[in-house]
Design a protein around this ligand. Sequence first.
Ligand SMILES: Nc1ncnc2c1ncn2[C@@H]1O[C@H](COP(=O)(O)OP(=O)(O)O)[C@@H](O)[C@H]1O
Ligand SMILES: [Mg+2]
Ligand SMILES: [Zn+2]
Length: 151
Amino acid sequence: MDKILEVKGLSQVYGPGCNLCFTSTGPEFETNICPHCGSIVALHDLSFDLYKGEILGIMGESGSGKSTAVKCLYFDQMPYSGSAIFFDETGQKPLFKLNPAQRRSLRNHRFGMVYQNPNLGLNFDISAGGNIAERLLMSQVMNYSEIRARP
Ligand SMILES: Nc1ncnc2c1ncn2[C@@H]1O[C@H](COP(=O)(O)OP(=O)(O)O)[C@@H](O)[C@H]1O
Ligand SMILES: [Mg+2]
Ligand SMILES: [Zn+2]
C-alpha cells in the first residue's frame, strides 16, 4: 500500500525550550510546563504512518496537543523537533525542510484544513456535509457519491 505521510518524533514547545523540557514534563509530572525554563510542552514525540485511503483520527483530552500536531503538519507553525515526510507522485517531500513556495503549494493544492473556529474554515452557504466533503474531494481519495454513501 502507498504511504502518504510519515511523521516521526513530532514535538512542539511554546517558549524558549531547554534540554530538560521533555524529561521534566508529562503525565508523571502532572504538568506540561517546564519547571526549568517555563516553556509549555504542547506535543511530545508523536509518530505515525498514514497510508493511501486511510482516515486517521487522533483522540485525546483537551490540551493534549491534537491541534498543535495538525497545525505543524499544515505549516501554521514550525515544530520544535521531529520530521514529517509527505509522499506523492513526484516523490518524497520533507515537510519541515521545504521553502515557503513549496509549503504554499502543498497547502493550496494537496492539504485541506477545517479549523475548530468555524469562521476560519467553514462555508456557511453550503451544508455541514458539504463542508466536510469539500476537503475529502480535494484529497482525491473519494468522489462525492462515495462520501455520501459512507456512514
Ligand atoms: N500558542 C500557544 N501558546 C502557548 N501554549 C499553547 C499555544 N497553543 C496551545 N498551547 C498549549 O499547548 C497544549 C496543547 O494544546 P492543543 O494542541 O490546543 O491541544 P488539543 O487540541 O489536544 O486540545 C495546551 O496546554 C495548550 O494550552
Ligand atoms: Mg484542539
Ligand atoms: Zn525547559
